[in-house]
Design a protein around this ligand. Structure first.
Ligand code: FCB
Length: 469
C-alpha cells in the first residue's frame, strides 16, 4: 500500500491559549476558569499554573519561526476568550485582538495556514460566576464572542473551529471536577453538554453571518473509540451507554439534529432533560465544512464486576466519575504499550474512528486536529533531545491515517499535539507532549528529533520507516 498522503494535505501542530500564552493580566485580560482553578490549592500537579506557561505571548515571532523552519503548512491555535472579551460580553479589547492579528499575519507571511479555535476551555470567570456552561445564557454569550472574533479576524483567517473537545468541558469540568471549573455535579455536566451543543450551533450561525463565503467552519470532538471487554450482552450494553455519553451526546445534535433516545433513557434517573428546548438540536446542527477529530487512546469497558475499582478511563484521578449515571460500568486498561503518561498506544482506535465518521457523516472532510504522546524527554549532554518513542508513536498513527484514507476516509490534514511542551492542564508541567522541547526555567526551545522526522514527512508527504532504537 502506498504510504503517500494526498496532495494539499495540511501538516500542522496544535496548541491552546492557556497552555502556552502566559501573560494572564496583560492588556486587560481577566481570569478564565483555568486561572482560578489552577490557583486553587490541590487542583494541579505541583500547584502548577499557566501564569507564565511557555511565554508564547511574548515569544510569538520566535515560535512561528520554529514552525516555518520545520516547513509545516498549518497551525492550530486557540483564542483566549478573556483576552479579547474580558467580561464575556460586549465589545472586544482591541489590544487583545491585536495579539491574534499579529500571530495570524506572522503565520501567513511564512506560508502557514492559521486554523483558529474559538474555545479551548478558557471560559471567562465572570461567566462561570453567572452559572457557566450549565446555564443557557452561556451559549448566547459564546455566539456573541464568536461574532466579535469573526468580525475582527475574518479578513485573514479562513479556517474556524467553534469548540475543542466539548466532552472535556462538560464532563471533566462539571462532572469529575478534574478540569476547571472543578464542579462535581452529574446533572450540571449534562446541562453543560447541551449548552455547548447549542453554543456551537449559535456560534456557527454567527460566524456565517460575518465571515466571507470562503470561510470553513468546523468543530473538534474527542470521540472515544469504545470497545467492549467481551461480547457478553452486559458488556456490549456498557459500550453502547459509554458511546452515548462520550460521542453521540455531541454528534447526535451536531451532525444529525437530534439527541439519541437511549441517552435520555439511560440518564432518566438524573434528569428529564427539560433544559433541551424545542428546536435546540436543530440549531446545533449547522452545515459544517469539516469535522475535527482528536484522538489519543481507545477505551475498554464492561459491566462492573467485583474488583473493578481502579479507574482506567484516562481522565485523571478524583473521586467523582465523569460519566453521569454510569457507576456500574468499569473501564479497563487497554492491552499493549503505554506512553510515559500511562495512556495506551493503539493506532487502530484512530483508524476505527476515521472509518466510523466516514460512515456517519458522509461527504464531510475529516481532519485529525490532535494526536500525540507524552514522554519524559530530556536533553542530552550536547543539548539535543532524542525522542524515538514519539517518532514510533507518530509513525504508527500516521500509518493508520494513511490506511483509513486508502479505505475511503476523506482525511485532509493532521495536527500533532503539540508544537512544544506546555502546561498540560491538571498534570501541570509534568507531561511533555511537544515536538519542540521547552526548558521551563529558561524558556529555551529545542526541536526534538521527532520534530525533524515530522518535518520530513510534511515536506515529502511520505512516511519513512521508523528509526530503530
Ligand atoms: C486534549 C486537549 C489538549 C491536550 C491534549 C493532551 O484533550 O485538547 O489541550 O491537553 O489532550
Amino acid at each position: 500500500m502506498s504510504e503517500t498522503f494526498p496532495p494539499g494535505f495540511l501538516w500542522g501542530t496544535a496548541t491552546a491559549a492557556y497552555q502556552i500564552e502566559g501573560a494572564p493580566q496583560e492588556n486587560g485580560r481577566t481570569p478564565s476558569i483555568w486561572d482560578v482553578f489552577s490557583h486553587t490549592p490541590g487542583k494541579t500537579a505541583n500547584g502548577d499554573t499557566g501564569d507564565l506557561a511557555v511565554d508564547h505571548f511574548h515569544r510569538r515571532a520566535e515560535d512561528v519561526r520554529l514552525m516555518a523552519d520545520l516547513g509545516l503548512n498549518a497551525y492550530r491555535f486557540s483564542v483566549s476568550w478573556p483576552r479579547v472579551q474580558p467580561t464575556g460580553r460586549g465589545p472586544a479589547v482591541q489590544r487583545g485582538l491585536d495579539f491574534y492579528r499579529a500571530l495570524v499575519d506572522d503565520l501567513l507571511a511564512h506560508g502557514i495556514e492559521p486554523v483558529l479555535t474559538l474555545y479551548h476551555w478558557d471560559l471567562p470567570q465572570e461567566l462561570e460566576s453567572a452559572g457557566g456552561w450549565p446555564e443557557r445564557e452561556t451559549a448566547y454569550r459564546f455566539a456573541e464572542y464568536a461574532r466579535v472574533v469573526g468580525e475582527a479576524l475574518g479578513d485573514r483567517v479562513e479556517r474556524w473551529t467553534t469548540l475543542n473537545e466539548p466532552w472535556c468541558s462538560a464532563f471533566l469540568g462539571y462532572g469529575s471536577g478534574v478540569h476547571a471549573p472543578g464542579r462535581t455535579d452529574p446533572v450540571a455536566a449534562l446541562r453543560a453538554a447541551h449548552h455547548l451543543n447549542l453554543g456551537h450551533g449559535l456560534a456557527t450561525q454567527a460566524l456565517r453571518a460575518v465571515l466571507p463565503a470562503r470561510a470553513q467552519i468546523s468543530v473538534s470532538l474527542n470521540p472515544a473509540c469504545v470497545r467492549a471487554r467481551t461480547q457478553a450482552p452486559e458488556d456490549l450494553n456498557a459500550r453502547r451507554r459509554i458511546d452515548a455519553l462520550a460521542n453521540r451526546v455531541f454528534s447526535g445534535p451536531m451532525l444529525a439534529g437530534a439527541y439519541p433516545e437511549d441517552l435520555f433513557a439511560d440518564t432518566a434517573r438524573l434528569t428529564d432533560w427539560s433544559f433541551v428546548h424545542a428546536g435546540d438540536a436543530a440549531v446545533a446542527r449547522q452545515p459544517l465544512d469539516s469535522l475535527g477529530i482528536n484522538y489519543y487512546q481507545p477505551a475498554v469497558v464492561s459491566a462492573a464486576g467485583e474488583g473493578d475499582t481502579e479507574r482506567h478511563d484516562g481522565h485523571g484521578g478524583g473521586d467523582h466519575s465523569p460519566w453521569p449515571g454510569a457507576d456500574d460500568i468499569a473501564f479497563h486498561r487497554p492491552p499493549g504499550e503505554l506512553t510515559d503518561m500511562g495512556w495506551s498506544v493503539d493506532p487502530t482506535g484512530l483508524y476505527d474512528l476515521l472509518l466510523r465518521y466516514t460512515r456517519e457523516a458522509p461527504g464531510l472532510p475529516l481532519y485529525i486536529t490532535e494526536n500525540g504522546a507524552a514522554y519524559e524527554d530530556k536533553p542530552a549532554a550536547d543539548g539535543s533531545v532524542h525522542d524515538p518513542d514519539r517518532i514510533r508513536y507518530l509513525h504508527g498513527h500516521l500509518s493508520a491515517v494513511r490506511r483509513a484514507i486508502g479505505d475511503g476516509a476523506d482525511v485532509r490534514g493532521y495536527f500533532l499535539w503539540s508544537l512544544m511542551d506546555n502546561f498540560e492542564w491538571a498534570y501541570g508541567y509534568d507531561q511533555r507532549f511537544g515536538a519542540v522541547h521547552v526548558d521551563f526555567e529558561t524558556q529555551r526551545r529545542t526541536p526534538k528529533s521527532s520534530a525533524r522526522w515530522y518535518a520530513k514527512v510534511a515536506a515529502t508527504g511520505e512516511l519513512p520507516e521508523p528509526p530503530v532504537g
